[in-house]
Design a protein around this ligand. Structure first.
Ligand code: NAI
Length: 227
């Protein structure tokens, strides 16, 4: 995947977390947050957070923070939330298509948070004639045969792959030919597409297996403590 800046992926992957925590603070009408408090809720050190934000520091002399004698170093929640939204490109709208209208594809279409965040589904695609023509959350299911031309004609930005593993490469190729800029791939297999397309693979099982590891680790440590 081609990158266009030297900002490390570790920093990039922390940004959505900052965004999520700041959204929560905003929702709870919190106006300011100290660097220590932000550190406590995110689990990252205050200096890590400051360093991360400094990577995008071209937004005024003071950076993102404020320094008030009584409060120490801290952030204006609204401002920081807005800046991080902008950095993440969440001030834009992206047109998406979902390929595979099964359990996962339907769950994604029905989860309105994505649409509210600016990722607007334009169509769903499937091979199953029983699904083609139906509407899921008001989004029509089309024949996957028309995927490439639909993507091209409608300027689709992101393709979301929810097909079986065996079909994901073929689908990725159709999305690429249609001209998507990004692919969100849920199928448990990597897809090979031209370098200028951003591919993000998602594996819920990795997160689940991490729980399993930590449970096992805890059990083993507690067992040895007993003896
Ligand atoms: P599902 O079997 O319910 O749905 C798959 C859908 O894809 C079906 O409607 C099928 O007709 C359609 N399909 C098959 N070939 C196609 C093609 N060439 N073009 C368009 N549509 C096609 O499966 P489910 O549970 O929704 O899972 C979908 C995929 O997501 C699987 O690869 C599964 O392993 C993966 N998955 C990934 C997760 C993750 O964390 N990444 C979590 C859950 C599922």
């Amino acid at each position: 995947m081609e990158r266009f800046s030297s900002i490390s992926m570790a920093v990039v992957r922390r940004l959505p977390k900052y965004h999520r925590y700041l959204s929560e603070l905003k929702k709870n009408d919190v106006k300011r947050v100290s660097s220590q408090e932000l550190s406590r809720i995110t689990g990252f050190t205050a200096s890590q957070i400051r360093q991360d934000l400094n990577c995008f520091g071209g937004f005024g002399q003071q950076g993102y923070g404020y320094n008030v004698e009584q409060l120490g170093y801290g952030y204006n929640v609204d401002d920081l939330h807005q800046q991080i939204s902008k950095i993440l490109g969440l001030d834009k709208v992206y047109k998406t298509v979902i390929v595979g209208a099964g359990n996962l594809g339907q769950a994604i279409v029905n989860y309105t948070f994505f649409e509210k965040s600016g990722f607007v589904p334009q169509a769903i695609f499937d091979v199953n004639p029983r699904l083609i023509g139906l509407k899921i959350n008001d989004i029509k299911v089309h024949d996957v045969e028309n995927l490439e031309s639909f993507v091209k004609d409608n300027g689709i930005d992101i393709g979301i792959i929810c097909t079986p593993k065996s079909q994901c490469q073929k689908v990725a190729e159709a999305l690429a030919k249609g001209g998507v800029q990004g692919i969100w791939n849920f199928a448990p297999s990597d897809v090979s597409v031209p370098d200028d397309i951003i591919v993000e693979n998602v594996h819920l099982s990795e997160s689940l297996f991490t729980i399993s590891y930590l449970l096992k680790e805890r059990e083993e440590v507690l067992k040895t403590k007993k003896y």
